[in-house]
Design a protein around this ligand. Sequence first.
Ligand code: FES
Length: 131
Amino acid sequence: MAKVTFLPENRTVEFELDKLPYHDHGKPLSFLDIAMNFGIQLEHACGGNCACTTCHVVVKQGGECLSEMEDEEADKLDMAADLQLGSRLGCQAHFVRDGEVVIEIPSWSRNYVSEGGGSMNLGDAIPSANR
Ligand code: FES
């Protein structure tokens, strides 16, 4: 069984890794895929294609349950606003084994949503505008 807690909403979801339906966004079993399965808002301006940073999340606990970061993700993440230890792209970091993970959606991404940013495809304009 896998478990993810999304902060600051503090919403926890549980699922079996081999039973979660894939929603065509990001890697299967990624945080984006999980969020879409459970109706949780996680920005994904590029549709989960590792081409923006709006899905930025910070892993607070349980990183050992997740995929290793690939170069593509690391390169893109470098441009994220509010980069922290534990930062990952929500559409790329995916579960590889059962366990409990806690992630936080950084305030920049949350503000983007609350200010009506929606899911516009701003591509690379977002991170560079925030440097
Ligand atoms: S949704 Fe664009 S990089 Fe994850």
